[in-house]
Design a binder for this molecule. Structure first.
Ligand code: KIV
Ligand code: ZN
Length: 528
C-alpha cells in the first residue's frame, strides 16, 4: 500500500491485550477473535508470543494457517532478540501467506542497567545481529525498542538506524510505560524521519500504553508526525491500564477526516461486534462510558439532549450508531425461517459452521427461542450460535439445571453434568442464593478447586424477554494460580450462569490437560 495517507492497523489484542490481568484466552477463542479481526480489515494481527509456551506457539501457528491467507492480514509473532525466540516465532508465523517476525529489546538506561545488565554498545550490537538473524528467515521484520519513550533520543535513533541497516522493515516506538505526553511523542516520531538513515524504506509504528490516559492521544500525535502503523487493541485492553484502543483511533480518523487526512482499511461497522466478542471471551467487561463501544456511548439521557437528537441527530451525535455497527434492533430471522436461511445469516455475520450436526443444534435452539418471540435480532442470533459452538468443545458437559428459590426458602440447585471420564452425575446443593447453590453443585461434581472473582449479567438486546448473557471469572487455587473467564447465554439467567461457570471450569481443565501433555512431551524428549 503506497498511499501515504493510509494507516496500517496492527492489532495486538491477542498478545499485548492478552497480557491484561486475567485475560487468558484459549486457542479456540484466539482463532475466533483472529477471524473477526480479519473480517473487520486489520492489516496485521499480532497473534501471540510463540516462545512463551508450546500452547502459545500452537495458537499463533493456527492463526497463521487459518487466518493468514493470501487475502488475509499479515500474521506477526512477538519475540525477544534471542535466536531460540526468533526461531520459535518463525516456526509459528511461517504458515501465513504474509508472515512477520516482530523482535524487540529494551533501549532505555533504566532497562539496560537494572533489567538487561547490558551496556548501550552491547544492545546496539545485539540489535544488528538479531535483526539480521530474523531477516534470514523472513522478509518482513518489525523491530521494537522497548521503553523507547524513556530512551535518550540520540541513542534511540542510533538503535533504529542499526535495525534498518540489518534489514528491519517496520520500526516501532513503544511508550511501554504510558509516560510520554502527546506533543513530546509527536516530536520523538518526527525525529525518526530526521535522524534515522534509511527510514524512507521503513514504516514507522506507534505503540502506546494508557497509564496516564494518553494512549489514543499519543497514537494520533505519532500518526500526525508521520507514523503509518498504529498498534492497538480492541477495547484498549492490555498490560496495566491497557493499550491504545483500536476503535478510538479508527473512529477519530474517520470522524475528523479534514483534520487528520488519514484513513484506515477498517470496516467500522464491525467495531461493536469485535468489542463484544473480545469482552465476552476475555471476561473483561467494557465500562458503560467507554468511547465508541460502551453501552452508553450513544445513549442520550438529559431531556435537552434527547430533544436535540430527535430534531436533528447531529446536535449531539458526532457519529451515527450504525457506523460502529450498533444496529441491534435489526431483524434477522423469525420463527418461520428455515435451516437454509439460518445458515446463510450465520455465515453473513461471520460464523464458520463445522458440519450439519452443529447447524442442527443451533437451528433447534434458534427455533425454541424464536417460537417464544416474533423476531430474533442479530445480537441474539450471534449469542445463541456462539453459545452452542462453545459448548460442543466442553470436557465437562452440562445436561440440566433445576433451581428452587424464593422467600422464605433455602436456595437449592440440582445440576447434571458428564465428566471428562464419561461419568454422568446429578447432585444437589444449597447456597446463599440460587447462583451460589448452582456453583456449589457444579464444584462438587467437577471436583476443581477455584475461587469466583467476578460475576456479571447482561441483557443481549435490551428488553425483558431477551437472552441473558453471563460472564464469570474464576481463579484456580493451585500452586500456580491462574484466572479463567467463562461465558454463557440463555433466556434463563440461572441456566446462563451455570453455562458460564462451567465454561470457565472447562478452560481451566483444558489448560491443566495441555500442561500435562506438554510436561509429558518434554520428559519423553529428555528420555530420548
Ligand atoms: O509495550 C511494549 O513495549 C511492547 C513491545 C514489546 C512492543 O509491547
Ligand atoms: Zn505494549
Amino acid at each position: 500500500m503506497s498511499d501515504d495517507s493510509y494507516v496500517r492497523i496492527f492489532d495486538t489484542t491477542l498478545r499485548d491485550g492478552e497480557q491484561s490481568p486475567g485475560a487468558t484466552l484459549d486457542t479456540e477463542a484466539k482463532i475466533e477473535i483472529a477471524h473477526q479481526l480479519a473480517r473487520m480489515g486489520v492489516d496485521v494481527i499480532e497473534a501471540g508470543f510463540p516462545a512463551a509456551s508450546p500452547g502459545d506457539l500452537e495458537a499463533v501457528k493456527r492463526a497463521a494457517s487459518e487466518v493468514g491467507t493470501a487475502k488475509g492480514p499479515i500474521i506477526a509473532g512477538l519475540c525477544r532478540a534471542h535466536p531460540p525466540d526468533i526461531d520459535a516465532c518463525w516456526e509459528a508465523v511461517s504458515p501465513a501467506a504474509k508472515p512477520r517476525i516482530h523482535t524487540f529489546i529494551a533501549t532505555s538506561d533504566i532497562h539496560l542497567e537494572h533489567k538487561l545488565r547490558m551496556t548501550r554498545e552491547q544492545v546496539l550490537a545485539k540489535v544488528s545481529e538479531m535483526v539480521a538473524y530474523a531477516r534470514q528467515h523472513c522478509a518482513d521484520i518489525e523491530f521494537s525498542a522497548e521503553d523507547a519513550s524513556r530512551t535518550d533520543p540520540t541513542y534511540l535513533y542510533e538503535v533504529f538506524a542499526a535495525a534498518v541497516e540489518a534489514g528491519a522493515t517496520t520500526l516501532n516506538v513503544p511508550d511501554t510505560v504510558g509516560y510520554i505526553q502527546p506533543a513530546e511523542y509527536g516530536e520523538l516520531i518526527r525525529g525518526m524521519f530526521k535522524h534515522v538513515p534509511g527510514i524512507e524504506k521503513c514504516i514507522v509504528s506507534v505503540h502506546c500504553h494508557d497509564d496516564l490516559g494518553f494512549a489514543t492521544a499519543n497514537t494520533l500525535a505519532g500518526l500526525q508526525a508521520g507514523a503509518r502503523q498504529a498498534e492497538c487493541t480492541i477495547n484498549g485492553i492490555g498490560e496495566r491500564a491497557g493499550n491504545a484502543s483500536l476503535e478510538e483511533i479508527v473512529m477519530s480518523l474517520r470522524t475528523r477526516p479534514n483534520y487528520y487526512n488519514l484513513k484506515t482499511g477498517i470496516d467500522s461497522t464491525h467495531l461493536v461486534r469485535s468489542s463484544h466478542l473480545v469482552s465476552t471471551r476475555t471476561g473483561i467487561s467494557v465500562p458503560p462510558n467507554k468511547a465508541i463501544v460502551g453501552a452508553n456511548a450513544f445513549a442520550h439521557e438529559a431531556g435537552i439532549h434527547q430533544d436535540g437528537v430527535i430534531k436533528y441527530a447531529e446536535t449531539y451525535e458526532i457519529m451515527t450508531p450504525e457506523t460502529v455497527g450498533l444496529a441491534q434492533s435489526h431483524l434477522v430471522l423469525g420463527k418461520h425461517s428455515g435451516r437454509h436461511a439460518l445458515r446463510m445469516r450465520l455465515e453473513e455475520i461471520g460464523f464458520e459452521l463445522h458440519g450439519e450436526e452443529q447447524l442442527d443444534r443451533i437451528f433447534q435452539r434458534f427455533k425454541r427461542y424464536a417460537d417464544a418471540r416474533k423476531e430474533v435480532t442479530e445480537a441474539e442470533l450471534e449469542a445463541i450460535a456462539a453459545d452452542e459452538i462453545h459448548q460442543s468443545e466442553d470436557l465437562y458437559v452440562l445436561h440440566g439445571v433445576h433451581v428452587s428459590c424464593g422467600v422464605p426458602s433455602i436456595p437449592t440447585a440440582s445440576v447434571s453434568i458428564t465428566r471428562p471420564d464419561g461419568e454422568y452425575e446429578t447432585l444437589a446443593a444449597t447456597g446463599t442464593g440460587p447462583v451460589d447453590a448452582i456453583f456449589t453443585a457444579v464444584n462438587r461434581i467437577c471436583r476443581l478447586d477455584v475461587e469466583l472473582r467476578e460475576y456479571v449479567v447482561h441483557a443481549v438486546s435490551g428488553g425483558i424477554d431477551t437472552l441473558g448473557e453471563v460472564t464469570v471469572r474464576i481463579r484456580s487455587k493451585d500452586e500456580a494460580p491462574r484466572t479463567f473467564s467463562g461465558h454463557g447465554t440463555d433466556a434463563d439467567i440461572l441456566v446462563a450462569s451455570a453455562k458460564a461457570y462451567l465454561s470457565a471450569l472447562n478452560k481451566l481443565a483444558r489448560a491443566a490437560l495441555r500442561k500435562k501433555q506438554d510436561t509429558g512431551a518434554a520428559s519423553a524428549e529428555a528420555v530420548a
